[in-house]
Ligand binder design. Structure first.
Ligand SMILES: [Zn+2]
Length: 551
């Protein structure tokens, strides 16, 4: 695969606030010696002299202001085509993320104020480098490359728990309060620059360079103390969520291996999180003192849950490996039979064949899809009953995805409705999204009103619960169009624009609806008044965004 790698310049993206100090040389984070005091806004601050939040520093960013800042950044970031929504991978990340959030709440790491103010939301980035980062306001970005290398749910959870702890400890606000010059626009430019870097190194160079003045003045980076704190608190969050405490040490070992291979271009996480022997040692000693007994009673009780989680992790890791680089030449390489050591575990064999399946589906290669499906079906034999159920669900959804992609929507819908009746979850997001996609792929000429109406009403429930779900709004808009409800279609289209950060686009859509339907039917009046209220909110937000400061 080495030849397939995208040539990419070094870019520091990892661990949120390194975003504020992007550097084209890996100087800032790569040092393994204790950091020398750095100059911040004229004052000399050593890493050990962190002002405590709230008591000494009255200018610290309030949680509400930090959330507004995060929202502004996200509105810019969500436009990026490399921010991807793969319902299956997203569901897996969400499951782990939710379990960590619950643990952090129980531990009291998330205060009531932070709980209701922050977004606590994760998003996926199509990028093959190994990275995860926290943004202001409780947003966490996760590269598909990270999912591709993590071998167990504990490893993934340990990285997310670390990032989550940067958020709960308000490390971002502490850093921002030290840099008066930092405007939200420059932070957004950093994030976008780093994302664009993966596609067009030359173009991104300009954005990154533009922000360098800020980097030189601000030098915002999580300090060693903050990293240590995120490790310590993250470990508590991880283990109290029920994950094997070995996860963190194993993740460090994986990163250590990469650093021995000098592969840090593909491991930006290593640059923001240099692996000192101290850090690894601390993770190991915490493991010893956690009081958790991974082979004891407690662990046996959760064996089944862990088996299912590890199966999901293996499959989603395979899926991410394929999806992290969508160029056809890269996809082709994943069609090759995977050489597995003899006596590989059944889950590993299934995951290898699933890699072939996802690639075949992405390439719309019907023959290879069928071959890969057959292999994966045979692999189910060595799994536990709970694992078989979970595997069948993922395989059925992937098969249906392939059928839709290859123009066989009717078969996809049959598979989704009858083929997998016992193990599919009719109201889970991956099922809802896929069923809507399949229904929309049916020929417009035919009468599929029942199918469209069913998909629309289920999606309507989904967006009521998750109004930021741009994918769902987009599909809903198309479905209302098919169902002859143009005003509802326009409103859903506007919501889709707003949810993906384009507020002006959302306003334009509503205004065009106003022009096209000046005499609304009585039933449309409510729809129109909802739209007007939404437009007022969006206008207000645009006005606030235009301000450069962080107020
Ligand atoms: Zn960190």
């Amino acid at each position: 695969m080495a030849g397939m790698r995208r040539a990419r310049p070094a870019v520091i993206l990892a661990c949120s606030l390194s975003l504020l100090a992007p550097s084209l040389t890996p100087l800032v984070h790569a040092q393994t010696q204790p950091a020398a005091p750095v100059s911040r806004g004229g004052a000399m601050l050593s890493d050990n002299a962190l002002p405590a939040l709230g008591d000494t520093n009255s200018q610290a960013l309030s949680p509400a202001a930090e959330r507004r800042l995060g929202d502004r950044i996200m509105r810019a970031v969500l436009h990026d085509p490399d921010v991807v929504d793969d319902p299956l991978v997203a569901e897996h990340v969400q499951l782990i993320w939710t379990s960590l959030l619950a643990s952090a709440r129980l531990r009291g790491d998330i205060t009531e104020d932070l709980d209701s103010t922050y977004a606590w939301s994760s998003f996926l980035v199509r990028d093959r480098s190994v990275n995860a980062f926290a943004l202001p306001g409780g947003y966490i970005g996760i590269h598909l490359g990270l999912l591709a290398v993590t071998r167990s749910s504990e490893e993934l959870a340990s990285v997310l728990a670390h990032e989550l702890s940067h958020v709960t400890q308000r490390h971002i606000a502490r850093l921002m309060s030290q840099s008066k010059q930092t405007s939200w626009l420059s932070i957004a430019a950093m994030v976008l620059g780093a994302l664009a870097m993966s596609r067009s190194p030359a173009g991104a160079q300009a954005i990154i360079m533009g922000g360098q003045g800020l980097a030189a003045q601000g030098q915002l980076n999580f300090s060693r103390d903050m990293e240590r704190e995120a490790d310590r608190i993250g470990f508590g969050v991880l283990t109290e969520a029920g994950y094997d405490p070995n996860g963190m040490a194993q993740m460090f070992e994986l990163l250590a291996q990469a650093s021995r291979l000098n592969d840090d271009n593909n491991f930006p996480y290593l640059r923001s999180h240099p692996l000192t022997t101290e850090r690894i040692g601390e993770a190991r000693s915490r493991m010893g003192s956690s009081g958790l007994d991974p082979v004891g009673q407690q662990a046996r009780a959760v064996t089944e849950v862990r088996q299912v989680l590890d199966l999901r992790q293996a499959l989603m890791s395979s899926r991410s490996r394929v999806l992290m680089d969508s160029r056809s030449a890269s996809l082709q390489t994943w069609l090759q039979p995977v050489a597995l050591p003899p006596a590989s575990k059944p889950v590993a064999v299934l995951a290898a064949h699933y890699t072939n399946l996802v690639a075949a589906v992405a390439l719309k290669d019907r023959a290879r899809t069928e071959v890969a499906l057959k292999l994966t079906q045979q692999d189910l034999q060595g799994l536990s009953p709970a694992q078989v159920r979970e595997a069948r669900r993922v395989l059925t959804l992937t098969e249906a995805e392939g059928l839709v992609a290859m123009g066989r929507a009717q078969q996809a819908l049959q598979l989704l409705q009858h083929g997998g009746a016992s193990f599919l979850l009719p109201d889970a997001r991956p099922e809802l999204i896929l069923r809507a996609r399949a229904a929309l792929s049916l020929p417009e000429a035919g009468d599929h009103t029942g199918m469209w109406a069913d998909a629309a009403s289920r999606l309507q429930t989904l967006v009521t619960l998750h109004p930021q779900d741009a994918t769902a709004w987009q599909l809903l808009s198309a479905l209302w169009g098919r169902l002859g409800q143009p005003l509802r279609a326009l409103r859903a289209d506007a919501e889709a624009s707003a949810a993906s950060g384009d507020l002006q686009g959302a306003i334009d859509r509503v205004e065009s609806a106003r022009r096209r339907y000046p005499q609304a039917a009585a039933g449309d009046l409510i729809e129109l008044s909802v739209m007007d209220a939404r437009v007022r909110t969006w206008r207000q937000t645009i006005k606030e965004d235009a301000r450069e400061d962080l107020g």
